[in-house]
Design a protein around this ligand. Structure first.
Ligand code: MN
Length: 453
């Protein structure tokens, strides 16, 4: 990935006509979120908010509002993005520690560190507080010292007071649980406005104990520069716009939420760990990155797509060489719905692929189609389901499976279920000819330029 920091990616998006500068004043209470919602729903540009009501700092949002913008970050097409990610997984690089770094140009400790002086957004209608949604939370296992870096939602509750949702088996949740059992505080650092490679690396479903920042190095093709925190013994990405350092105290739980989540529904309020902030460091002129989640598809969903696809593809391909591509559509929140394009080599192989997907990466819906179907186009995917599958012949249901934590349909049951649909054409049967129109590729570009603003 070519971008060493957020600013380089913003500059690239602007040069390539993928970034709009919003010059009217916007309110971080819902209004920034509304702009990002709109650009997400209309496949519009990323947004740079120059004037934020009540603050003297700009906000950038919707950087990955749709998949095309993520492919810009990876400098790849759909197939190339998955290949890039898999190659990086095979070339993990330990971070490289610098003595000083841009993210510490300004250091605020004690009362000078005040979260209320930064334009964190309030997103969805029922959210009561600002949330930090694109923060990479870095921590270490208090027993074996192994590292974790992943995005967790963080509620801004006061000047130096944050709530965090991170429960086992999520790795930060395990760290919190272990520190609690030891009766010790857990140090954390939250990196905001990190390079695209850092954000996408944190969405890797890495094994416990594996440092996701080594994948950021793999993606960059060079070790990720890090710097030691000022008040915590943790290394943070050097080119981040801002770092929040703090400690999670054992035994303290406070209500957190509600918050509009990636399922398109709110999660309810219940007691969760809190972070006591010990320092805030930032660049001299920081850019605050807003990341919207909620009803699919948003940048929160897009961030997960390619990491999830790469790990599923890498898992399936050696066993089922006929698998050509996989996709986690936004419709399933990226996780609950997997699509696979394949060339079955034997009757029943598509069902074997579906059973494998349902029992490993645990989507609740998996669909297999022939590899001439564009699985990135939901309409074509459902066309294949409608024209190639029959309910009595092509469904596969696995009851009593692990389910996604926030799946609103699980209710009070402990377990979910997986549905597979084999929408590959019936094995070995003649299926007639696809209807096409000749010469479409020779028709000139038909787009009409929009009227001047
Ligand atoms: Mn981890």
């Amino acid at each position: 990935m070519p971008f060493s920091d957020l600013r380089a990616f913003i500059a690239h998006l602007e040069r390539s006509g993928n970034l709009l500068r919003v010059k009217t004043e916007v309110d971080p209470r819902h209004e920034i979120a509304a702009y990002i919602r709109k650009t997400s729903d209309t496949r519009g540009p990323a947004l740079f908010f120059e004037r934020v009501k009540g603050y003297d700092m700009p906000v950038v949002g919707g950087l990955y509002a749709h998949r095309r913008l993520m492919l810009e970050a990876l400098d790849a097409d759909n197939a190339g993005a998955v290949a890039t990610y898999i190659e990086a997984l095979d070339n993990l690089l330990d971070p490289h520690r610098l003595a000083c770094a841009p993210c510490q140009e300004v250091v605020l400790e004690g009362p000078a560190a005040d979260l209320r002086t930064f334009p964190f957004s309030i997103y969805s209608t029922r959210d009561r507080s600002p949330f930090i949604t694109g923060g990479v939370v870095i921590s270490r296992d208090p027993e074996d010292g192994s590292k974790n870096a992943s995005i967790y939602r963080v509620e801004v509750k006061g000047a130096r007071h944050l709530g965090v949702l991170a429960e086992p088996p999520h790795h930060l949740g395990v760290h919190i649980q272990k520190a609690q059992a030891l009766g010790r505080p857990l140090e954390v650092a939250i990196a905001l406005g990190a390079a695209p490679a850092v954000l996408i690396a944190t969405q890797w479903q890495a094994a416990y104990g594996v440092d996701e920042l080594t994948l950021a190095g793999g993606l960059l093709g060079t070790p990720l520069d890090v710097v030691r925190g000022r008040t915590v013994d943790l290394d943070v990405p050097a080119t981040s716009e801002m770092i929040i350092e703090g400690r999670i105290m054992p035994g303290i739980r406070e209500p957190e939420g509600p918050f509009g989540e990636y399922t398109g529904y709110y999660t309810e309020v219940y007691p969760k760990p809190v972070i006591e902030v010990t320092a805030i460091t930032h660049r001299r002129t920081p850019i605050v990155q807003a990341v919207l989640t909620g009803m699919p598809t948003t940048e929160n969903h897009v961030l997960k797509m390619i990491p999830f696809e790469a790990s599923l593809y890498a898992m399936l391909k050696p066993r089922f060489p006929g698998v050509q591509a996989v996709h986690f559509p936004g419709a399933g929140g990226v996780g609950l719905f997997a699509a696979v394009a394949m060339r079955p080599r034997a009757p029943g192989e598509a069902r074997a692929v579906l059973a494998t997907i349902l029992s490993t990466q645990e989507p609740k819906l998996a669909v297999a189609v022939d590899d001439d179907v564009d699985i990135f186009d939901l309409e074509k995917l459902m066309w294949a389901v409608c024209m190639h599958a029959q309910a009595d012949r092509d469904l596969l249901m696995i009851p009593q499976l692990i389910h996604w934590q926030l799946d609103p349909s699980v209710l009070d049951r402990k377990l979910g279920a997986g549905l597979g649909i084999d929408a590959t054409r019936p094995w070995g049967e003649s299926f007639g000819d696809l209807v096409t129109v000749p010469g479409v590729e020779r028709v000139p570009d038909l787009s009409i330029s929009p009227p001047a603003r």
